[in-house]
Design a protein around this ligand. Structure first.
Ligand code: 2NL
Length: 344
């Protein structure tokens, strides 16, 4: 019986040494020390032993059990430590690795132009005003003195939603709405950037959706010379200090008198070239003194107040500044085009 216990002990200890997982250790514990294991069996058979032998074998069986348990625990600690080491090695982060580069986007060139123009006019005391893209016939046409037979009011030229609602054809309705809000109390000094819509077939110079910036300044004694001075400042700040402007007579239903505004050509400096069609001048915007009927409909007394207004196409400003030859580039989202404006 002594030999059997000695043999079981050596066998179990050898297996513990060989064990390579916590699961294997648990199996060994059950196999040797469990209720149905060989050591329990030896203790059960002690009844047959003599009185002298019984305490000796009992003591020995307990020693064997203790030796195996100790070895099991020692190995268990060792395997657990190994497992922690393995996990640490596997899950470690190398903080010295260079990061993956973040691909930076660019502002859309039209956004960049709008923000630049906003900055110039904010510098002259204007505020930015915005309004709805779906407008009523009243704010889009009626309040701006556009007669019922004006071509813009034709179903053929505007995107109508109902008889009364349409996609705005210019940003002027934002100004008409702002005038109402001021309830006849000036000054009003705003610029209105935004999307506008016209029924046009798209080509290199036309788009059915485009952007406009309009400006409106109403106060006690606003004159044509104020308009001229501010537009000259705008031309110099937006295009460059070497540029000048000139005004030519024109017509708009919402201004009287009305003017077309040209900026001196930046390619030839005014001598005449292909870009300015040999004239030395490039048309960039329309403007004028706000029509008294428009002031009146906006709630301002034309005897006390006068004002100027202007409107310009954002795509045209961008095309002139960056030498872009097709308006459709702004709307086709080709990254080869858009990525050229990263530093703008
Ligand atoms: C152009 C011409 C213009 C205006 C827009 C305006 C607005 C109000 C009153 C009077 Cl509320 N006028 N806007 C005036 C003159 C010209 O735009 O060629 N735009 C692209």
């Amino acid at each position: 019986m002594k030999d059997r216990l000695e043999g079981l002990k050596n066998e179990a200890l050898e297996k513990v040494v060989q064990a390579d997982s916590l699961k294997a250790l648990q199996d060994i514990r059950v196999a040797y020390l469990g209720k149905k294991g060989p050591i329990t069996e030896v203790l059960r058979g002690m009844g047959q032993l003599s009185a002298e032998e019984r305490p000796l074998i009992g003591q020995m069986a307990n020693d064997v059990r203790a030796a195996i348990t100790e070895k099991l625990e020692e190995k268990e600690t060792q395997l657990e430590a190994q497992e922690v080491e393995r996990k640490l090695a596997e899950e470690s982060i190398d903080v010295t690795l260079p990061g993956r580069p973040v691909v930076k986007g660019a502002r859309h060139p039209l956004t960049a132009v709008v923000e630049h123009v906003e900055d110039v006019f904010i510098g002259m005391g204007f505020e930015v005003a915005e309004g709805p893209e779906v407008e009523t016939d009243y704010y889009n046409f009626e309040a701006l003195n556009l007669p019922k037979d004006h071509p813009a009011r034709d179903m053929q030229d505007s995107f109508y939603i109902t008889n009364e609602l349409l996609l705005r054809t210019h940003t002027s309705p934002v100004q008409a709405r702002t005038m109402e809000k001021y309830k006849g109390q000036g000054p009003v000094k705003i610029i209105c950037p935004g999307k506008v819509f016209r029924r046009d077939d798209d080509d290199a110079t036309h788009s059915h959706q485009f952007m406009q910036i309009e400006g409106l300044y109403i106060d006690g004694n606003v004159r044509m010379s104020d308009l001229k001075g501010m537009l000259d400042t705008f031309a110099k700040q937006y295009f460059g200090e070497d540029r000048t402007i000139r005004l030519r007579p024109s017509f708009f239903p919402f201004t009287e008198p009305s003017v077309e505004v040209d900026v001196s050509c930046g390619i030839c400096g005014g001598k005449g070239c292909r870009v300015c069609k040999q004239t030395g001048w490039i048309e960039v915007l329309g403007a004028g003194m706000v029509h008294p009927r428009v002031l009146e409909m906006g709630g301002f007394d034309p005897k006390k107040y006068s004002g100027f207004a202007f409107g310009m196409g954002v795509e045209r400003l961008a095309m002139l500044k960056y030498g872009i030859d097709d308006i459709r580039h702004f709307y086709t989202n080709d990254l080869r085009f858009l990525e050229q404006f990263k530093q703008v």
